[in-house]
Design a protein around this ligand. Structure first.
Ligand SMILES: [Zn+2]
Length: 545
């Protein structure tokens, strides 16, 4: 019997036998008549029986048929692969590159390479990152290891929110040894695996130079977060008045000085709120300080903005400005000055990340005065509403549960929340649960790397508050991921843990970590689903359906 006579009769479907909304090419030939999850899985497995491959696992949601071919993700002992099944002539003509088996129909097993990712994005356009500017609430999940995204998607698809699934900074990529291109690629395959068709973003995060921006755009990002911290003259708000006067005369040319005076002096910028509103005035000194603080950063932003427009080929790239890594909180005056100047130069932003009052330390809740935070957030939101309807972007946003209700209430019309490292911590939780030996080794190593790592982050970790590892039973280890100090210890040392090597150059942990996460991937995704869902619920988002 021709084993592939079955292919034409087996009708694949999603778990619930639901009808998919399809785009032009993908999945339009799909006939849905499966009754349940098990029969779907079995039907798919049957397709592979004639072929001599060491199939470990299939990802049922990814399977679909298009123009006589069936596509889906599988796992073999060589890792995750794309399978293309169908009549031999069709499989041969199909653009994906891979190893072919014939019996007499064909199976092609393809690596998830850059080239095949391009094919995937052509064939299934929803796997390509897109602008999310029209969605009022977006969440940046990021995926440091390239393994977490399915868990993120499983949480996010329950809510009316859109995800930025790929979100890495150059610094993070350096620590994890990945490139923007790989980050986008991993997100695209995860989107395919989960059959997530609502659109997702890819963010070149905290980019600090034109080179970094170009690199991320070439890799297909749909969002650029331009970090102005190195271009800001932060001392402008610390120097004495006389020095400011002198520098203003020296650094700002006469014509510009007049324009600034005309735009800002003697004016009252008023904002109505439910609580009566507020207004902002610039006196000469505040104006000069703001000009000095931002003028180089504004020139730089203009240059980058033009470059993005030139390189994006007509596609809208979501543009975020981040000033969250500055030595002082962004005052409403700073924000207003910056946005008026950006608008004046014709630069349209989609989000702005101010530095808020209080402490946004990695991996732990907000530390600071909640009512002051709320007051400041309200002002930032109002300014953003008046000057371009862009989103307020909250960085280091994971685990900030005490401010989430305020974000949901005050910024629900335009909010972007960035989380990232928290998914790494859930990976460590999984390791503590299923591979205590590895966890113990990593935990001990993190201690030795902490001093060095803490130079890169602002944290107030008290190492002596962390329970002694030797006194803990294996089953007590996961609770270390609920303790602030050990969370921060593991959070900021991730790069050291991933890159730790012995004298022969062999990684201490990397392979074992990835193997464990791959083996228990469904458990990892469940942990992430619960964790991200908790974030979204705390913001006040309601589940859809
Ligand atoms: Zn940031």
């Amino acid at each position: 019997m021709n084993p592939f006579s079955e292919i034409d009769t087996v009708k694949l479907c999603g778990y619930n036998g639901k009808t998919y909304a399809t785009d032009d090419r993908s999945k339009k030939d799909l006939k849905l008549n499966c009754q349940n999850k098990t029969s779907v899985r079995e039907n798919i497995l049957d397709l592979f029986k004639p072929f001599p491959i060491d199939l470990i696992k299939i990802y049922p949601k990814s399977f679909s048929s298009d123009k006589g071919l069936t596509y889906g993700l599988i796992r073999t002992s060589q890792g995750k692969k794309l399978a293309v099944l169908g009549e031999a002539s069709l499989v041969l003509k199909d653009p994906f590159r891979g190893e072919c088996y014939r019996n007499p129909s064909a199976l092609k097993v393809c690596d998830l390479t850059a080239e095949n990712t391009q094919c995937l994005m052509e064939l299934f356009p929803y796997t390509r990152p897109c602008s999310l500017r029209s969605h009022p609430i977006t969440i940046g999940t990021g995926d440091r290891l390239g393994l977490a995204t399915p868990g993120h998607i499983r949480a996010i698809r329950k809510f009316d929110v859109r995800p930025v699934l790929a979100q890495q900074s150059t610094r993070e990529n350096r620590q994890t040894g990945r490139t923007f291109e790989e980050v986008v690629r991993d997100a695209a395959w995860a989107v395919f695996q989960e059959d997530y068709r609502d659109g997702y973003g890819a963010d070149g995060d905290h980019l600090k130079s034109l080179e970094e921006v170009k690199d991320s755009l070439n890799s297909g990002v749909s969002m650029v977060t331009l970090d102005l911290s190195e271009k800001l003259i932060s001392e402008a708000f610390g120097l004495p008045k006389e020095t400011i006067d002198r520098r203003f005369e020296r650094e700002i040319d006469v014509g510009d000085r007049e324009v600034f005076s005309h735009m800002f002096l003697g004016k009252e910028f008023s904002f109505q709120t439910l609580r009566g509103g507020f207004s902002i005035r610039f006196d000469e000194e505040t104006l000069k300080r703001n000009v000095l603080l931002f003028h180089k950063a504004l020139d730089f932003t203009e240059e980058v903005y033009e470059s993005i427009r030139f390189r994006s080929g007509g596609a809208h790239i979501d543009f975020e400005i981040s000033i969250d890594e500055t030595p002082f909180p962004t005052s409403p005056e700073n924000h207003l000055f910056l946005i008026i100047e950006l608008n004046h130069r014709g630069i349209r932003i989609d989000s702005l990340a101010p530095r808020f009052v209080g402490d946004f330390q990695k991996g732990v809740d907000y530390r600071g005065d909640l009512s002051e935070f709320r007051q400041q957030l309200r002002k930032h939101v109002r300014i953003a509403e008046e000057y371009g309807h862009y989103k307020i972007s909250v960085h280091s946003g994971s685990d900030k549960f005490s401010i989430f209700p305020d974000l949901g209430e005050l910024a629900r019309k335009a909010l972007h929340l960035k989380t990232a490292g928290t998914s790494w911590l859930e990976a460590m939780r999984l390791i503590a649960l299923v591979n205590p030996l590895l966890y113990r080794e990593m935990h001990r190593f993190a201690f030795s790397a902490f001093k060095e790592a803490s130079k890169l982050y602002h944290v107030t970790t008290e190492l002596d508050q962390i329970p002694d590892l030797e006194s803990l039973q294996d089953e007590e280890l996961p609770a270390l991921l609920d303790q602030d100090d050990s969370r921060q210890l593991l959070h900021i040392t991730y790069g050291y843990l991933l890159n730790a090597r012995n004298e022969t150059g062999r990684n201490f942990f990397r392979e074992r970590l990835f193997q464990t996460l791959a083996r228990y991937e469904e458990d990892y995704w469940s942990l992430l689903e619960t964790h991200i869902e908790k974030h979204l619920t705390s913001i006040g988002l309601k589940k859809i359906n």
